[in-house]
Write a protein of this length. Structure first.
Ligand SMILES: [Zn+2]
Length: 345
């Protein structure tokens, strides 16, 4: 029995007096947390459309994507790249999943995802602008990325000094920083700068730098693994083997989606990628479930109120038919979803 009052879990007990909602024979989980999503991207990302649509059209699309995630049991979505801070407008509406928003990622002129509007040569001013607008997290493109024409995934976009300014300015304001990073130098510099999270962390085009990986584990930096539903390729296989070793070495790996980026990543994809996450990290179904609930919540800085069914936690709940610990496919058998105590499905 889970007692809910004012959107929060009050107690969890074996039996209950009083009126109840009987969900029947289901497994109850905390609502899922997608720590890396792009509500503004209609999968697959269409740069032309993203830059030409007006704010109203874009906001409408983001709203639809947020509802799609919520119906799949994703009750918290961290948006790591919108345009024109539209995620903040959506966050204020409060009838979808809880949103944690970065606004446009900080990037270089012409750099990865420049088309979202976050290109700058003054990183301190860029962080301050985001702090003033009350974003939940700072996202920085430490290296290039695959979806931006002319961008190289291996190459760093910022110097170590610039990354330090970004992290120090954000931390002074009490805000976390997560860095998109593929290339070894960009990853190593982000770690030295003291980021809280690294997205992708693929060491693309090189052997993984295990000294840096050891530093990531030591510092407790979260790594967002976003390779689920990526078509098979030799490159993807090498990256998967690397994640397995990272897991063994004690890196806190979060299972997130990067939803919106490709056609195979719609905004409700997260529950579908957990079995893949477990197989390529060579972990267990329980570890996979933590990686989309409690651990994902911690990586977003909301681990004290999201990702567990316990007194004091937000009443964000997902009820599924079957037992996902025995069979992770059960995550898609959604029976009910509660967001802040309200049943929305
Ligand atoms: Zn992304």
């Amino acid at each position: 029995m889970v007692f809910i009052e004012d959107g929060r879990i009050v107690s969890v007990t074996p039996d209950a007096p009083g009126p109840v909602t009987d969900l029947g024979d289901v497994t109850l989980l905390p609502g899922l947390v997608d720590a890396h999503s792009h509500l503004a991207f209609r999968p697959p990302l269409d740069i032309e459309q993203l830059t030409t649509d007006d704010d109203e059209a874009l906001l409408k699309r983001m709203r639809t994507h947020a509802q799609q995630a919520l119906r799949a049991g994703i009750t918290t979505v961290r948006d790591l790249g919108d345009r024109n801070y539209l995620g903040l407008t959506l966050r204020a509406e409060q009838d979808g999943p809880e949103l944690l928003v970065s606004g446009p990622p900080i990037t270089t002129p012409g750099g990865h995802c420049w088309f979202l509007g976050g290109a700058t040569t003054d990183v301190r001013a860029a962080v301050r602008e985001r702090v003033e607008r009350q974003v939940d997290v700072i996202k920085v493109m430490a290296t290039g990325g695959s979806v931006t024409p002319g961008s190289s995934m291996q190459e760093s976009q910022f110097t170590l000094d610039e990354l330090r300014v970004i992290v120090d300015t954000a931390h002074d304001a009490g805000i976390r920083v997560t860095a998109h990073a593929h290339g070894a130098q960009g990853i190593a510099d982000a770690v030295r700068a003291g980021v809280d999270g690294i997205e992708h962390c693929t060491f693309i085009g090189a052997e993984p730098d295990w000294t840096t990986v050891a530093a990531i584990a030591e510092a407790g930096i979260f790594v967002g693994v976003t390779v689920g539903r990526t078509p098979p390729s030799p490159r993807a296989d090498a990256i998967r083997a690397m994640y397995a070793r990272m897991h063994r070495d004690g890196v806190r790996l979060v299972c997130s989606s990067d939803a919106g980026i490709t056609a195979r990543k719609p905004h409700d994809v997260l529950p579908l990628v957990v079995p893949e996450f477990v197989s390529f990290t060579e972990s267990t179904p329980t570890a996979g479930l933590k990686a989309v609930t409690s651990l994902a919540a911690q990586s977003c800085g909301v681990g004290h109120r999201k990702g567990r069914i316990a007194p004091g936690y937000d009443a964000d709940l997902l009820a599924v038919s079957g037992n996902p610990v025995a069979d992770l496919q059960a995550l898609t058998g959604v029976h009910a979803v509660f967001r802040a105590g309200q049943r929305i499905r």
